[in-house]
Write a protein of this length. Structure first.
Length: 132
C-alpha cells in the first residue's frame, strides 16, 4: 500500500494538474480529497469557473483515489452534472469508490465550493495490471 507522501510524489509528474494548482489533501484506498484555488486562468468568458477546470479537478481526484492501492487505473468513461455556479475562490473535490471488480473501478466525485456541491461526476476506471 502506498503512503500519502508516495502518492504526492508520483502525481508531481501530472504537469497539467500542477499547472492548475491542484493540491492533494488526503488519500486512502478508494477515497481522496483535493483542492484547487480559482484564479482568472480557471474562468470562462462570462466570468464563471470553466467546466473543464471543474472536470479536471474531479478527474485528478479520481486518479488519486483509484491509484492509491493499484498498479494503474485510468478513466474510461465519465459523466458530469454541473449543479450550479461556483461562488467562492476555492473548489474541493472528494472521490469515493462505489464498487470495483478485477478490472473495473466505479467512482463518484463531488465538487464543492464550500457553500455546497457544484458538480457531481461519475467515473468508470479500468485497472491496468502491472507487467511481470
Amino acid at each position: 500500500m502506498k503512503t500519502l507522501d508516495e502518492i504526492k510524489e508520483f502525481f508531481l509528474k501530472d504537469k497539467f494538474a500542477q499547472n492548475c494548482r491542484i493540491e492533494i489533501l488526503r488519500a486512502t484506498d478508494g477515497e481522496a480529497e483535493c483542492v484547487m484555488p480559482i484564479t482568472d486562468d480557471h474562468k470562462n468568458a462570462v466570468g464563471g469557473v470553466q467546466g473543464g477546470a471543474i472536470f479536471t479537478l474531479a478527474d485528478y481526484t479520481f486518479a488519486i483515489a483509484s491509484n492509491f492501492n493499484c498498479d494503474a487505473c485510468v478513466s474510461v468513461s465519465a459523466s458530469v452534472s454541473y449543479i450550479r455556479v461556483a461562488k467562492t475562490d476555492t473548489l474541493t473535490a472528494v472521490a469515493m469508490r462505489l464498487g470495483e471488480s478485477k478490472h473495473m473501478a466505479f467512482y463518484e466525485v463531488k465538487v464543492s465550493d464550500g457553500l455546497g456541491v457544484i458538480a457531481s461526476v461519475k467515473i468508470d476506471g479500468y485497472k491496468i495490471q502491472a507487467k511481470k
